[in-house]
Ligand binder design. Sequence first.
Ligand SMILES: Cc1cc2nc3c(=O)[nH]c(=O)nc-3n(C[C@H](O)[C@H](O)[C@H](O)COP(=O)(O)OP(=O)(O)OC[C@H]3O[C@@H](n4cnc5c(N)ncnc54)[C@H](O)[C@@H]3O)c2cc1C
Length: 423
Amino acid sequence: MKLTPYWTDDSPRPADLPVAADLPNQIDVAIVGGGYTGLSAARTLAKSGVSAVVLERETIGWGASSRNAGITGCSLKQKSKTIFKWYGEELGRIFWEASLDALELIKELVYEEGIDCDWAQNGDLCVYYKSSHYEEDPVWTDWYAEKLGHSFDIIAPDAMRSEIGSDAYYGGFVDEHGAGLHPSKLVFGLAEVAADNGAQLCENAGVTGIEKLAQGYLVHTERGSIHAREVVVATNGYTDGVVRGLRPRVIPVGSYSIVTEPLSEDLQRELSPKGRMFWDSKWFLNYFRLTPDGRMLWGGRNNLSTGLDLVDSAEILRKEMVHAFPQLSDVPITHSWTGQLGLTFDLMPHIGQIDGIYYALGFGGHGLHTAIYLGREVAQLITGEKASSPFAEIPHRTYFFYRKNAWFMPLAVMFYRIRDWLS
Ligand SMILES: Cc1cc2nc3c(=O)[nH]c(=O)nc-3n(C[C@H](O)[C@H](O)[C@H](O)COP(=O)(O)OP(=O)(O)OC[C@H]3O[C@@H](n4cnc5c(N)ncnc54)[C@H](O)[C@@H]3O)c2cc1C
């Protein structure tokens, strides 16, 4: 079993990715972080004729953007009902619309920019792990229909076999917006599009400090310094202390995945007859899917820590997978890996500014569409194409008890495990 991400094994960073040999001296916008957010911002800026450089500490796409499960759809991590309660119906609807636009943006990358990333929009199925979840179904599905005009197909427990080759669940619901793609093909494709439009990509260029000048900023990196008119920080779950006050606004959380070796076509059809993406209704959710080459990918948060041993995590995930799909009990696991996502206290993604430095982060497990969307949004704020963004208007809270060590995580884990148990 390899302890590296399956996706970059299957589709590695292209050897001819157009990375810049030298750092520029001067630039309009310096972007810290070379994942979906940073690259999407670079694409939008470059298309508007604004010079942009992406500064990535490792190699382009190294972070969560090449490690995720490639499952996307509409909605944000925070529930729409809660967003309505906090911010009112008008803003609540604006956030919902933004999540739909975010999905459209991925389609634009696929169909208009020609990024070949195995995009397949076959819907997603949320599976209920308790019968009470199925019974409560109408309460919230009616809410979505009434407030947002959005409908889900409810799947009764006895109809589940038409959707999934498992008897472990008590019904579920399908959202036809759900889609799957190959995350590393997407991130490298996005990098190529950004570079084709004139953005510069710099690897092994970790940013070590940002100095505010009378005009603009001096951005210090491991490879030298750059004068920039604006700076965008796009480091999500890998955010460090480069911008004082940013780290306390995002909590890094580990997410872990395994894949099996490729399955026979008959078994693939049995496990996923309609090619859906899957996730379960727990707070400590599992997400799973068939990969484009027919493996079962199974992922989960384990205990939210970022440092779990990858052999141990593979064993935990394999047990959960076999519980759902006993058909996979003898199928070897070929890869086990992890990556970090960034959670905010309100589970909302945010755009903000600290000392005039822009940032866009906090995507939780919904970063595929929202990271790309907020990358574009922050770039549009800089170019003036947009005067405001809903993601920049809501408060981005932190609390006095969190600076950079999330010591409270074990308590949060206990709380949510009890919630999963009671719900
Ligand atoms: C295992 C896993 C599964 C997931 N599954 C899904 C899924 O199925 N669907 C979904 O929607 N979302 C999923 N997510 C979340 C999604 O992948 C992320 O939200 C998204 O990729 C975030 O993109 P980003 O560009 O903001 O951050 P990242 O892709 O993490 O990029 C941040 C980059 O910043 C760089 N960096 C950090 N500090 C510095 C510095 N000082 N100088 C220079 N560079 C720096 C890092 O090296 C990193 O490459 C998953 C995440 C993980 C980890």
